[in-house]
Design a protein around this ligand. Structure first.
Ligand SMILES: Nc1ncnc2c1ncn2[C@@H]1O[C@H](COP(=O)(O)OP(=O)(O)OP(=O)(O)O)[C@@H](O)[C@H]1O
Length: 280
């Protein structure tokens, strides 16, 4: 083989090296995607069963091999059903990573779009005000995924963002205060939306359904969610299942700028807490 070399009796070509590197990257991405979620435990369970199947097969135990073989043959289909949320997230990440234009910012109109980016001040001002009055809030910002499915579960508004409107929506006497507000294209798209609740057992019981819904949405989409706790008045931002808790006004601004516009995070910003860390 052209461009191949030997290690002992093994003959390795460059294609093999690239193959191994790609598989390593794939497994690393899989690990990153699954880590801290229930899916990791299911995945490890499935891999243990597969290893057991290989051992049983090598030992020539025919009956057990055929029983486990039946299970393995539907493994791919079962995997797709079991991991549909993780597969969605993975494909979304691949989609984002391959949009070279936005990553490299090579197109001038991209810079223009970035220039008239949404003003985050109304969200910060509203969050601080609600935190002071122990009024709960749940605000989801759509990124690559448009969150239309979740917006449709609530009342459509399509209104300009303002601190006053946010405060009115989340006011405890407002008929719109229950559920989440969804922000898309710099506008308040909908209120009273129902978000998927995280089933991660590592989320501490001290976190109510509001936080679980924020974590749940970010587990299945690339949305960024702002949460104001009704009980403690704490402000948090959630992305990719990670909760950035107890944010001050400047921390919140830094996090929103970082997550919504890819801007540099300031070192003062609070550290992320995964569900596993929170449970520890
Ligand atoms: N799946 C969901 N989707 C959207 N909003 C939700 C969902 N679950 C709960 N909420 C919102 O969170 C509100 C409060 O829920 P819950 O009482 O469980 O949280 P909490 O304990 O008050 O949490 P926190 O202290 O974080 O505010 C609900 O009234 C509702 O407005």
């Amino acid at each position: 083989m052209i461009g191949s070399f030997s290690i002992g009796f093994l003959r390795i070509g460059w294609i093999d090296v690239v193959d191994v590197l790609l598989v390593t990257t794939l497994f690393y991405q899989l690990y990153k995607l699954l880590t801290g979620s229930v899916a990791l435990k299911v995945f490890l369970g499935f891999m243990s069963l597969y290893l057991f199947y290989l051992v049983v097969k090598a030992a020539g135990m025919e009956l057990l091999t055929s029983i486990l073989g039946q299970f393995m043959s539907v493994g791919v289909l079962a995997g797709i059903i079991l991991f549909q949320q993780e597969i969605r997230r993975f494909l979304l990440n691949v989609g984002k990573a391959t949009s070279f234009g936005s990553r490299l910012r090579v197109f001038p109109w991209r810079r223009e779009a970035n220039a008239d980016r949404m003003n985050v001040t109304p969200f910060i001002e509203a969050a601080k005000s609600m935190a002071g009055k122990e009024t709960g809030a749940l605000i989801a910002f759509s990124m690559a995924s448009d969150l239309k499915f979740f917006a449709d579960s609530g009342d459509l508004l399509d209104a300009a963002v303002s601190k006053r409107l946010l405060l009115s929506i989340f006011n405890k006497t407002s008929p719109l205060h229950d559920g989440a507000v969804i922000i898309a294209n710099g506008r308040i798209k909908a209120a009273r939306c129902i978000l998927p609740v995280s089933e991660n057992p590592d989320v501490p019981a001290s976190m109510g359904l509001r936080h679980r819904a924020a974590i749940g949405l970010t587990e299945v989409t690339d949305a960024v969610v702002l949460v104001v706790s009704e009980e403690t008045g704490q402000i948090s931002v959630v992305r990719g299942g990670e909760v950035f808790r107890n944010l001050s006004g400047p921390d919140l601004r830094a996090r929103l700028n970082e997550f919504l516009f890819d801007a540099e995070a300031r070192p003062a910003a609070a550290a992320a807490t995964t569900a596993a860390d929170m449970a520890a």
